[in-house]
Design a protein around this ligand. Structure first.
Ligand SMILES: Cc1cc2nc3c(=O)[nH]c(=O)nc-3n(C[C@H](O)[C@H](O)[C@H](O)COP(=O)(O)O)c2cc1C
Length: 238
């Protein structure tokens, strides 16, 4: 993700040798929507703001844009969601077009944190567990958990161990390290030692060499966000 990553933004990458694209992050409950409203009113950030009753249909519409653009693409569409409670999952229960729900434990804008969303879930791992359980019970898609590493007051490895108890498929790691302009590859290596889940390594991947390094340190696959703004990802996903 890098801003408004909707179907229109993502569809072109299906011709660029990628196995998955991520749309969102969708704000899927009152609290995250209200936080998103605050963010757009006080910054130049763009946010997905929809009536709750329309969110599921809107997600389907965006997935269809991607599928219609490239019918021969067999990759997965991840849908990154921001939510404050396991109860909020009911707003998208009926959606069967999502390949992978990605629980956003990553966003750190103050209104999102105050709403109990995004990175706040790294501090409330019991709530994160309840959210994962609700998705597992009520939906038929795969689950990804998007985290940020090295967040003050959290222990990434303890979280990874806890996620081993859940029926998720992917751990998507923004392997950021404060004040360092490259991914924390050592963190990916440590996570590898504590998980059987598929690791998607992320952060500052700009070249094929960065991609290969991420794989060497234990990621199963690699994602890019800001580099997609250049429009061409073929130099990375050869
Ligand atoms: C403008 C912008 C918006 C983002 N929005 C989200 C989001 O909604 N959900 C999320 O999980 N990550 C979000 N991210 C984080 C990216 O997905 C990614 O983890 C981060 O930018 C590091 O990867 P990169 O170095 O390839 O950009 C956003 C990043 C940017 C720059």
């Amino acid at each position: 993700m890098a801003g408004i990553t909707d179907g229109e933004y993502c569809k072109k990458f299906t011709r660029g040798n990628v196995d998955a694209v991520t749309i969102g992050g969708y704000n899927i409950d009152d609290r995250s929507i209200s936080a998103a409203r605050q963010i757009v009113s006080t910054s130049d950030r763009l946010e997905f703001i929809h009536e709750i009753s329309c969110i599921s249909d809107e997600i389907t519409r965006q997935v269809e844009i991607i599928r219609d653009y490239n019918r021969s693409w067999t990759g997965r569409v991840f849908v990154n969601v921001r939510l404050s409670s396991e109860k909020s999952i009911k707003n998208i229960y009926d959606n069967h077009d999502i390949d992978v729900i990605e629980v956003n434990c990553h966003c750190r804008q103050i209104p999102m944190l105050n709403a109990g969303c995004g990175e706040r879930l790294l501090h409330d791992t019991d709530k994160l567990s309840r959210i994962i359980e609700a998705i597992t019970k009520h939906m038929d898609c795969e689950i990804s958990v998007k985290i940020r590493s090295n967040v003050q007051g959290t222990n990434t490895i303890d979280l990874i161990k806890k996620l081993e108890n859940h029926d998720i498929t992917y751990i998507h790691v923004d392997a950021t390290k404060p004040r360092v302009a490259q991914a924390d590859y050592e963190m990916i290596k440590k996570i590898r030692q504590h998980t059987t889940h598929h690791i998607i390594g992320n952060n500052n991947i700009k070249t094929r060499k960065d991609y290969e390094k991420m794989i060497k340190y234990g990621a199963n696959s690699v994602s890019i966000a800001r580099e997609t703004l250049n429009g061409n990802v073929d130099k990375i996903f050869i």
